[in-house]
Design a protein. Structure first.
Length: 163
């Protein structure tokens, strides 16, 4: 990574973001990855945007299936975030032992999240080392009340405020 990339990485450590897990299913295989590169793009049509590394298996399965889901994690779901970020490399099936459910597309969502967004791929943009995926929202559902899981400077931080 060149000096500009390092400067950007250091600067972005000061940007607070929520944490979510993007999931997909292709045939009988399921995949998921923790993300913080996620945003609402448009309300009409309802579009969201995510960015995944090109070599990420979840990205490959989303390309093949054309669908994905986003679970917005609550502050009580740090372990799920770590699991899908790959910190616990001992589990081959990251969904093993988790309570999940599906919506329109059939992708798995983790119970206990703050909200769930079910999407069909609307557009893909290949970048040098990643893929920007725009998803059209097919269905959405609110989950449990609570505060979001928040990431800042390579760690989770708590929020204070009303739920």
């Amino acid at each position: 990574m060149d000096i500009k990339g390092e400067i950007l990485r250091d600067a972005m450590r000061h940007w607070t973001s929520g944490v979510a897990v993007i999931t997909c299913v292709c045939g009988s295989a399921r995949a998921g990855t923790t993300i913080s590169s996620f945003t609402s793009l448009s309300l009409e049509p309802p579009l969201i945007l995510v960015n995944l590394a090109s070599e990420n298996p979840t990205q490959t399965m989303i390309q093949q299936s054309g669908y994905f889901g986003i679970t917005l994690l609550s502050e009580r779901q740090k372990e799920i975030s770590d699991l899908f970020a790959g910190y616990n490399k001992t589990s081959m099936d990251r969904f093993n032992g988790l309570k999940t459910f599906t919506l329109t597309s059939g992708v798995p969502f983790m119970e206990g999240g703050l909200a769930y967004i079910d999407c069909k791929v609307y557009h893909r943009c290949e970048m040098p080392k990643s893929v920007v995926i725009v998803g059209e929202v097919c269905e959405g559902r609110l989950g449990e009340k609570g505060l979001p899981l928040v990431y800042l400077n390579r760690g989770y931080v708590g929020l204070t405020g009303q739920e």
